[in-house]
Design a protein around this ligand. Sequence first.
Ligand SMILES: *Cc1c(COP(=O)(O)O)cnc(C)c1O
Length: 386
Amino acid sequence: MERKFIPLSVPNIKGNELEYVTEAVKDEWVSTGGSYIETFEKNVAEYVHVEKTVAVQSGTAGLHLALIQSGVGLGDEVITATLTFIAAVNPIRYVGAEPIFMDCDDTLCLDPIKVEQFIEEECTFEEGKLINNRSKKHIKAILGVHVFGNLLDMEKLMNIANKYNLKFIEDATEALGSYYTNGSYKGQFAGTIGDFGVFSFNGNKIMTTGGGGMILAKNKEDLDYVRYLSTQAKDDTLNFIHGDVGYNYRMTNLQAALGVGQLERLEDFIATKKANYHLYKELLESNEKVELMEFKQNIRPNYWFYALNIKGNPDIQLFIHKLQAEKIQTRPIWGLIHEQKPYKKSQSYKIEKADYYVNHILNIPCSSNLTQEEVCYVSECVKELL
Ligand SMILES: *Cc1c(COP(=O)(O)O)cnc(C)c1O
């Protein structure tokens, strides 16, 4: 029998999703009104133990609104990561601000020690404002990414944010379902700790609404205003009175119907991803050339993406092609953002580990419908072809 192609990460839509979407279509509530939107918001809020959420069109839109509501605007600066997907950074430019790029640590997440060092060595804190000595600009926020479902060191980062009067935006687009099992944030989910948290439901995320996102906020008024901005800032829905420059960012009922069905299965997805992660770990353990990157100890990760750290001096591109020939889709980690064309002139601080990881990380198949047999096959090919 011919082997099926093994994709990196694809949706898994086999529960009640079709029924719910069909209902939305039959009811002809397909746009930005309809009861699935509120149900989806409520169900996600319950899942991560917060009061309310706001569903939007994408994670990118969510980050955009979070930055606006954080008061980040023209001429301001935001501390962020270089090792991330570019959608985490672009919204900083949408609001007219500039990113300052930081290194990652060995969890691939923002390094809190370097963030603090940068602030102490290169900035001045006066009258409640953090000023970048080089640019003389006001640093207003930290935008941190919970990479691959691992969690940021929020304890250290929130201490820094509080000390220097910075807003903290959690890009939790990859980390829905991850939470701390120890420390001062024990029991708290990714996205619920900073001033704002953002989820994504794009096709390759742990659960999908086709495209979609969600915003969480510590402060209820902030969240209400974000909802208002996401729906064209209407003050009066009948007479077209608008109190601000709004956006068409609201999630549609069709997307939300899909989301309600997906959320019912999220814990099952995580269980499968966890089992497959441990199987990969066991099968690859004996090989000295690779190491399956660990998730942090004091967390319950969602096991979204698996990262292989290939030792030595690997030719990642060649390896990807070899695996492709065996019907296995893999990919390198993202190109560093401070080296991308739109950000070459932006400031960066002591990027070292990200430089290493960008040349050594390979993401391997991790879909929630990946079978154990496929995990064994991928592991065999990795060992043979490396
Ligand atoms: C997916 C992703 C986003 C963007 O989410 P969309 O819903 O695709 O707009 C932002 N940041 C990171 C780190 C992501 O992985």
